[in-house]
Write a protein that binds this ligand. Structure first.
Ligand SMILES: Cc1cc2nc3c(=O)[nH]c(=O)nc-3n(C[C@H](O)[C@H](O)[C@H](O)COP(=O)(O)OP(=O)(O)OC[C@H]3O[C@@H](n4cnc5c(N)ncnc54)[C@H](O)[C@@H]3O)c2cc1C
Length: 382
C-alpha cells in the first residue's frame, strides 16, 4: 500500500468508488481508497437498487437527474451491465394531506423537467390489477425511475478508477485521523500511516464514528433497515413498477423472477444492530399481503439488514468540515445514496479539484447547515 497520497478516501461503497473514479478522470490519480471490508459490501450491497427522480428538493432532483443519465448509459460508459429496470416508481397515496403535498411536488418536479404525473386509482388498477386500492386516493408515477444492481455499479466505478491509477486497499480500516495546526496530515490504518493533505469521509453509516477520530461531529447516525426477497413468483407480472405505499413506507419491486420488498421501522432507535428482526419481517409481510393479497402464496427466500445513514433532515452532508482543513465528508444519504452515486462522485471531485461543485449546486447540503439551523428537509423519504 502506498505511504503518501494526494487524496485519501475512507470507504469503498458507491460513494467512495465514484469519487475516486471522478477524481482520476480529472487527472488526480494519486488517490488511495481505504476500505475496512471489501469493495461495495457496506450499505451499498444492502440497497434495494432504487433509482428515482421523484424528490421534493431541487438539489436532490438535480443530483438524481445527473445520475440517471449515467445509469442509463452505464454499459456503454463502463462496460458493465447493471441490470437497470426502467419500469417506473409508483407512489400510492392514502390521505388528502399526502395527495395535496405530492400534487405540489409533482408541479415542482414537472417544472424541472421530470416526466412524472399524477395518476388516478383507475389508472393504478390498470397498471397493477393485484393491488388493494380501497384506501388509496391516487398516486404519482414517473416512468424514467427504476432500479439496478448496486454491487455491479460500484464495481464499475472501482475497476475504472483502478485502471486510471487509483489504489483501493481492502480489509484496511482507518483507525486514526492525523492533523497539525488544524490541517489534515495523514491517516492511521491497520497497515500503517499514510501521509495526505486531503481526506474524504465516504464511510456511510460509520461517518459519525470516523469524524470522532478527528474530534469533529458529523451528524450521521446508523438505523437498521431490512429487505427481503421472495422465491420466483408469477402471480404478479415482472413488468410492474417499483411500488411504494407512502404512508407505511412499504415498497416492492420485481427481482429475479420474484419480488424484493421492505418497510422502514421508523420507531426503531439508532444502532449498529444488523440482525434480521423476525417480528418486523412478519409485520412487513402482513402489510405486503394486505396491500397485495396474492403475495400470500409467495415464499420469502431470504432477508437481510443493513444501515440507513440518517441525518437530521434526511439529506447528505457534502463538503468541507469546519475546523479541520483538508477534511471533507460525503455521507448521510438517508437511504438514497446508491442512486445518487454518479453525481456525488462528480460533485465531490469538482469540490476537490476546482474548489466548488459546478455540476450541481450542493451548498444546501453543507456540513455546517445544522449549526446554522438551515436544514434542507427532504419530504420524499422511504
Ligand atoms: C435495506 C436498504 C435498502 C436501501 N435501498 C436503497 C435504494 O433503493 N436506493 C438507494 O439509492 N439507496 C438505498 N439504500 C441506501 C444506500 O444503500 C446507501 O445510501 C448507499 O449505499 C451509501 O453508499 P456509501 O458508499 O456512502 O456507503 P457504504 O456503501 O456503506 O460504504 C461505506 C464504506 O465505508 C467503509 N468504512 C466505514 N468505516 C471505515 C473505516 N474506519 N475504515 C475504512 N473503511 C470504513 C464501510 O466498510 C463501507 O464499505 C438502502 C439501504 C438499505 C440498508
Amino acid at each position: 500500500m502506498k505511504r503518501t497520497a494526494e487524496v485519501v478516501i475512507i470507504g469503498a461503497g458507491i460513494t467512495g468508488c465514484s469519487i475516486a473514479y471522478h477524481l482520476a478522470e480529472r487527472g488526480v490519480t494519486d488517490v488511495l481508497v481505504l476500505e475496512k471490508d471489501e469493495i461495495g459490501r457496506g450499505a451499498t450491497a444492502d440497497a434495494a437498487g432504487g433509482i428515482r427522480l421523484q424528490f421534493s428538493t431541487r438539489t436532490n432532483i438535480e443530483l438524481s437527474r445527473y445520475s440517471l443519465a449515467i445509469w442509463e448509459n452505464f454499459k456503454e460508459l463502463f462496460g458493465i451491465d447493471i441490470a437497470f429496470h426502467q419500469q417506473g416508481y409508483l407512489f400510492l397515496l392514502t390521505s388528502e394531506d399526502e395527495v395535496q403535498t405530492f400534487r405540489e411536488t409533482v408541479r415542482f418536479q414537472q417544472e424541472m423537467g421530470v416526466p412524472v404525473r399524477e395518476i388516478s386509482t383507475d389508472d393504478i388498477r390498470r397498471i397493477h390489477p393485484s393491488l388493494v386500492l380501497d384506501d388509496v386516493l391516487g398516486g404519482t408515477l414517473c416512468m424514467s425511475d427504476g432500479w439496478a444492481d448496486p454491487y455491479s455499479s460500484t464495481m464499475g466505478f472501482a475497476q475504472r478508477a483502478r485502471a486510471l491509477g487509483v489504489e483501493i486497499a481492502e480489509e484496511t480500516p482507518v483507525t486514526g485521523l492525523l492533523s497539525e495546526n488544524g490541517r489534515i496530515t495523514g491517516v492511521e490504518t491497520s497497515k500503517g500511516v499514510v501521509a495526505t493533505s486531503t481526506v474524504v469521509i465516504a464511510a456511510g453509516a460509520y461517518a459519525g464514528e470516523v469524524g470522532t477520530l478527528a474530534g469533529v461531529e458529523i451528524q450521521v447516525a446508523p438505523y437498521r433497515r431490512m429487505s427481503f426477497v421472495t422465491e420466483p413468483f408469477d402471480a404478479i407480472p415482472q413488468s410492474v413498477p417499483m411500488t411504494i405505499d407512502f404512508s407505511t413506507g412499504l415498497y416492492f419491486h420485481p427481482e429475479s423472477g420474484g419480488f424484493l420488498f421492505g418497510m422502514s421501522n421508523e420507531d426503531e432507535p439508532s444502532s449498529f444492530n444488523r440482525t434480521v428482526d423476525d417480528d418486523w419481517m412478519n409485520h412487513t409481510v402482513t402489510e405486503l399481503c394486505r396491500r397485495v393479497p396474492v403475495f400470500g402464496d409467495a415464499r420469502v427466500r431470504r432477508g437481510w439488514a443493513g444501515f440507513y445513514e440518517i441525518t437530521p433532515d434526511d439529506n447528505p452532508v457534502l463538503g468541507h468540515v469546519d475546523g479541520v482543513e483538508g477534511l471533507i465528508v460525503a455521507s448521510g444519504f438517508s437511504g438514497h445514496g446508491y442512486m445518487q452515486g454518479p453525481a456525488i462522485g462528480r460533485c465531490m471531485s469538482e469540490l476537490i479539484v476546482d474548489g466548488v461543485a459546478s455540476t450541481v449546486d450542493i451548498s444546501a447540503f453543507s456540513p455546517n447547515r445544522f449549526a446554522s439551523g438551515q436544514l434542507a428537509q427532504e419530504h420524499n423519504v422511504i
